[in-house]
Design a protein around this ligand. Structure first.
Ligand SMILES: [Zn+2]
Length: 478
């Protein structure tokens, strides 16, 4: 996929600040141009010239410049509300600087300054930009800033479409994904899993009704000779009935007690995964618990799945386990094209304020990285925290996806573990919410595509937007 030569062109002129500011503002401008299918030219004539701050050059429009980098390990101070939006980088005079704000959300230097990790070793929600400052994570703040920027740019170039044009035939697309955390046909292994699930429902979630549901469902599934703890049969059947292709991520090598423990050379595992691939779904890498701690391990897991015959191009970390930049470094080293780890297990919404896929920014080298992040906006379990009313779970999911489609073309992911379809893991009605989400998207004329498809379209957009030709390794500045 590429952007045709008929794509509108834009040039950014940064009138103030040092090389670091220029790199960061340029990255944010690439995010804008990528979302809107605009080609960014580094020099020469363009359909629209956008000035950032006062510049010696004549620009068609001038964006207020407020962005100031903070020293590393300094979290973002509370925002100033300007025109209904929380601003971390107001321009002198109190104007809103959309490029500075978009950089703050996408590059997340605030999270890089996280003082303490949770017991899994992750940045907890309270140390994200939204969490620290009490901002609603279901509002795609970065999209809101980009919409303001677009209104300004469009005043100079009215032929630009009002809303971001989709790179797909359907206006909006979304990724349905399943992390395969359990895959065994051994009775003892499955029975032990059921006992654990009942314990988690009772002791961790204090949900005796679900504990009873798990026990009763396990018994009836066993009586019918259905796998008691594997829901792939159900997810595949429901997706086949709807003609939906999804992305299934797989742990290639278990090295830790918190890993699934299944093996790619196990006959049942191989047969199951080949059936998933033959049904037209994408297989991805579910990076194991220690995959970012052992040098080369994530790359090894990509290689193991490739050798097993699966054309993997990206994936998601098991337990969403990562701290920050080390994830993207490992993905780039592994040659991955996409990732969908950036979300939260128990919170619905947009961790980066971004309801669109983006290239992560490397604060160490001051450049965009050549891997596409597909924001994870709903993990099924988070719906239980959002409301105890199962009847609302499907609507919550669709509302988050609609928010992603209001100022964009989607490109975000939802995660339902296959075990959510067995009734032996989580409240059984989470499965209903998934089917409601699939049907709701399709009936709105939108579509479900794979992570790899979103990554290819996003990468082409960001390349045309100049994100990968920017020089890195800025020296000096603050
Ligand atoms: Zn997992």
């Amino acid at each position: 996929m590429s952007i045709g030569s008929t794509a509108p062109t834009a040039r950014l002129v940064v009138g103030r600040g040092n090389a670091r500011v220029a790199a960061r503002v340029g990255y944010a401008f690439s995010a804008y141009a990528a979302l809107h299918g605009i080609r960014v030219v580094p020099a020469g004539p363009a359909d629209v010239t956008v000035g950032y701050g006062e510049s010696a050059e004549t620009a068609d429009v001038v964006i207020p410049a407020g962005y100031l980098p903070r020293p590393a390990a300094t979290p973002a101070p509370p925002p100033t509300w300007i025109d209904g939006l929380p601003c971390f980088h107001p321009a002198p005079g109190g104007a809103l600087d959309p490029l500075g704000e978009v950089f703050e959300w996408l590059a997340a230097p605030h999270e890089a300054a996280c003082p303490e990790f949770d017991d899994v070793g992750r940045v907890p929600p309270r140390h994200t930009l939204a969490g620290t400052h009490g901002l609603d994570p279901r509002v795609p703040w970065a999209n809101r800033f980009l919409a303001r920027l677009h209104a300004t740019v469009r005043s100079a170039l009215p032929r630009l479409p009002a809303t971001p044009p989709s790179p797909f035939p359907q206006r909006r697309v979304f990724v349905a994904s399943h992390d395969v955390d359990h895959l065994s046909n051994r009775r003892f292994v499955n029975g032990r899993r059921i006992v654990e699930n009942i314990g988690i429902a009772l002791l961790q979630r204090r949900d005796p009704a679900t504990a009873v549901q798990i026990g009763a469902t396990a018994l009836s599934r066993a009586a019918q000779r259905h796998p008691v703890a594997v829901g792939l049969r159900e997810s595949l059947a429901g997706e086949a009935a709807r003609g939906v292709r999804a992305t299934y991520t797989v742990v290639a090598e278990s090295l830790h007690p918190r890993d699934p423990g299944y093996r790619l050379d196990d006959d049942f595992v191989r047969r199951t995964l080949h059936a998933v691939a033959e049904a037209g779904h994408e297989i991805g890498v579910h990076g194991s618990y220690l995959s970012l701690e052992r040098p080369g391990q994530l790359g090894r897991e990509f290689a193991l799945l490739t050798e097993a015959g699966f054309a993997v191009t990206g994936g998601r970390q098991h337990w969403l386990r990562h701290r920050g930049a080390e994830l993207f470094d490992a993905l780039v080293a592994a040659g991955a094209e996409w990732d969908s780890t950036r979300g939260h297990p128990d919170d619905v919404g947009f961790r980066h304020g971004a309801a669109f896929p983006f290239l992560p920014y490397d604060l160490a080298t001051e450049r965009a990285l050549p891997v596409v992040e597909i924001p994870l906006v709903v993990m099924e379990r988070a719906l239980c925290s959002a409301t105890p009313d199962p009847g609302a779970w499907g609507a919550i999911t669709l509302n988050v996806l609609r928010a992603a489609g209001a100022d964009g073309w989607g490109g975000v992911a939802v995660l339902w573990h296959d075990t959510a379809f067995t009734g032996t893991y989580l409240p059984g009605r989470l499965a209903d919410a998934y089917w409601a989400a699939l049907d709701g998207v399709v009936s709105a004329g939108d579509a479900w595509v794979t992570g790899g498809e979103v990554a290819a379209a996003t990468r082409a957009r960001w390349e045309a937007a100049g994100a990968l030709r920017r020089p890195g390794a800025v020296v000096g500045g603050s």
